[in-house]
Write a protein of this length. Structure first.
Length: 68
């Protein structure tokens, strides 16, 4: 169990491995989230398209912008 309350079950749509980081695109209820994690973490989890995962969001700040 984690203390983070913002947990969203989803599916990996893509994993782009870079030299140091990996970009993981996760679909949650029709919405897409992007997570940047270390390449080592993505490799050790063996993340691939179609995997069921949980996106856990722990943040002290969320910014919103609207163009006028």
């Amino acid at each position: 169990m984690l203390s983070a309350r913002n947990q969203f079950k989803g599916m990996v749509k893509s994993v782009k491995l870079g030299t140091v980081m990996a970009e993981v695109l996760i679909e949650v209820n029709g919405l897409e989230m992007v997570s940047l994690i270390s390449r080592a973490s993505a490799t050790s989890m063996n993340l691939k398209n179609g995997d069921s995962v949980t996106a856990i969001i722990k943040s002290t700040e969320v910014m919103v912008s609207k163009e006028l």
